[in-house]
Design a protein around this ligand. Structure first.
Ligand SMILES: [Zn+2]
Length: 107
């Protein structure tokens, strides 16, 4: 979280912003980051920074995988890591580990 805060504040300063009004994050479903845990530490991590008191929104990014047997692309969590097409359980992770700053609303 501290890394996100420092990136976001640096970015806001660079853009000449006086105040940040909203922060939108995208978190992959397979990421190590737990959205609820992030919400919990957010007020502490943003104390005395440009992000203090700023609304944070979190959007989940689906965990997508490609089946190694039939190359079908599917949502890993929805199908419990089993290919819905061939029932293969070997997959390659395409996305879902991301932690991105999607939007930074400034004044
Ligand atoms: Zn398959």
């Amino acid at each position: 979280m501290n890394r996100i805060v420092s990136i976001a504040t640096r970015y806001a300063r660079k853009g000449g912003a006086r105040k940040v009004t909203k922060l939108v994050l995208q978190i992959g479903q397979m990421s190590d980051v737990i959205p609820d845990a992030l919400r919990l530490v957010y007020p502490m991590c943003t104390e005395n920074t440009m992000l203090e008191g700023v609304t944070m929104e979190i959007e989940p990014l689906p965990a997508m995988g490609k089946c190694k047997q039939c190359e079908h692309v599917y949502n890993l969590l929805e199908h419990e890591f089993k290919c819905p097409k061939c029932s293969g359980e070997q997959w390659e992770l395409l996305s879902g580990r991301e932690l991105l700053i999607k939007e930074l609303e400034v004044m």
